[in-house]
Design a protein around this ligand. Structure first.
Ligand code: KMH
Ligand code: ZN
Length: 286
């Protein structure tokens, strides 16, 4: 089986758009909280950070100036690959989601289809997917293809067949399992999704809520990478809320070490995804 000896890319998704700060005070929502979280998560073994920002009232936001400021502050404070969410919140309009690319992140999420999302709908129609993909190519941003359901893998094939490879030439996916309305968070579903991927694609997996550990263990055993964080997981163990994002990264790093696939450094993460180096003093594209 491929990948069972390769190091593990750990992505942290610290905030998301769905959880209220008022009900989860540990959720990082201000720029200071995000920077502190990012540093702690890099020290704990993260290579990529998947960012949603909040406004002054801790509501989900896609404010362009705040996104730019966030990218710049995280780039200054860490070496993490900075991935902005283009999914935003279920209420965000397509234009604002496309405009996220203008903040010049290293990477962005790109969801490959519409999915029921609890009581809501996370809308990603084909023309939007194509527009977003072309935007990433033009602005030299590496997309991470988010897959919430099996059919979305077929949409990824269609996208690559019609539009060519993403910027950087690598196809990297993140499976999000266990969203109410999306694919189930179990081994059989993950195996089917992995088997359907384009040849040579790399992937990580995220199990939402109680699916966190089963999905992480399955992903490690199948050569995949890990995404963890308070966007997806708020309970560390039954009856015990997550203290902070770093402890989820620490747990992922421990599992990866046990699997003899230690966490990747940020430089290894950059090489895996072929990220353009936008850091000060860099020599350009890696
Ligand atoms: N907040 C969800 C509706 C992404 O970041 O691209 C979408 C989401 C996916 O979180
Ligand atoms: Zn997200």
């Amino acid at each position: 089986m491929t990948g069972v000896t390769t190091p593990t890319l750990i992505t942290v998704a610290p905030t998301g758009a769905e959880t209220d700060k008022a009900s989860v005070p540990a959720l990082p929502v201000t720029l200071d909280e995000l920077v502190t979280t990012a540093k702690a998560c890099q020290s704990a073994g993260a290579g990529v950070i998947h960012i949603h920002i909040r406004d002054a009232d801790a509501r989900p936001s896609l404010d362009p100036a705040a996104l730019r400021e966030t990218v710049s502050a995280l780039r200054e404070a860490t070496d993490l690959v900075i991935q902005l969410s283009t999914g935003g919140a279920v209420t965000d309009p397509f234009e604002a989601r496309l405009a996220v690319l203008e903040a010049q992140p290293d990477s962005c999420s790109l969801t490959c289809g519409t999915v029921n999302f609890g009581d809501d709908v996370f809308s990603n129609p084909w023309p939007f997917i194509v527009d977003l993909f072309r935007g990433t190519q033009e602005l030299q941003i590496v997309p991470e293809f988010e897959i919430f359901d099996l059919g979305q893998v077929q949409t990824l094939h269609r996208l690559l067949d019609r539009e060519g490879l993403p910027y950087g030439g690598k196809v990297h996916c993140d499976f999000v399992l266990g969203v109410p309305g999306g694919m189930a968070g179990n081994l059989g579903t993950l195996a089917a999704a992995v088997a359907a991927l384009p040849e040579g694609a790399t992937w990580s997996a995220t199990g939402v809520g109680r699916q966190t550990l089963p999905v992480a263990l399955a992903a490690l055993s199948a050569g995949g990478h890990l995404r963890v964080g308070m966007e997806d997981t708020l309970t560390y163990a039954p009856g015990r809320p997550v203290r902070d994002n770093a402890e989820l990264v620490e747990r992922a790093a421990t599992l990866a070490m046990l699997a003899q696939r230690p966490p990747m450094s940020t430089e290894e993460a950059r090489a895996l995804l072929n990220i353009k180096d936008r850091r000060a003093g860099s020599r350009g594209v890696v």
